[in-house]
Design a protein around this ligand. Structure first.
Ligand SMILES: [Zn+2]
Length: 112
């Protein structure tokens, strides 16, 4: 089985290819790993995920709940908790965020 990669929105390992720009949908939060991502859209999506279980209210009925087999980034925190300064649209995601995912990836690869 291919190692999975964490979804930037919910932190669960749902992507079969490493974000960003894979155009995959997360089955847990319905985040689309699209080409036009920004911190503000990710922040909005995470707030929706935390309150509604989906990255956008229109996808509320398309998502599934995480179950015991779903792994999640251990130190996952929403952007709001990370207290990043407000930033204009930026693409790709800041280095320290992608670095976080790389660390997680190396851990998950070791487990395989
Ligand atoms: Zn997700």
């Amino acid at each position: 089985m291919e190692p999975l990669h964490p979804c930037p929105c919910c932190g669960y390992f749902t992507f079969t290819a490493a974000p960003p720009y894979t155009l995959q949908f997360c089955e847990i939060c319905f985040w689309e790993d699209g080409g036009e991502q920004s911190l503000s859209s990710l922040r909005y999506a995470q707030r929706n995920f935390l309150t509604l279980g989906a990255c956008d209210p229109v996808f509320r009925h398309d998502v599934r709940l995480p179950d015991v087999s779903d792994r999640r980034v251990e130190q996952w925190q929403p952007l709001d908790t990370l207290k990043l300064p407000a930033q204009p649209l930026c693409n790709p995601l800041p280095q320290h965020l992608t670095a976080l995912f790389e660390v997680v990836e190396s851990h998950s690869t070791k487990q395989m």
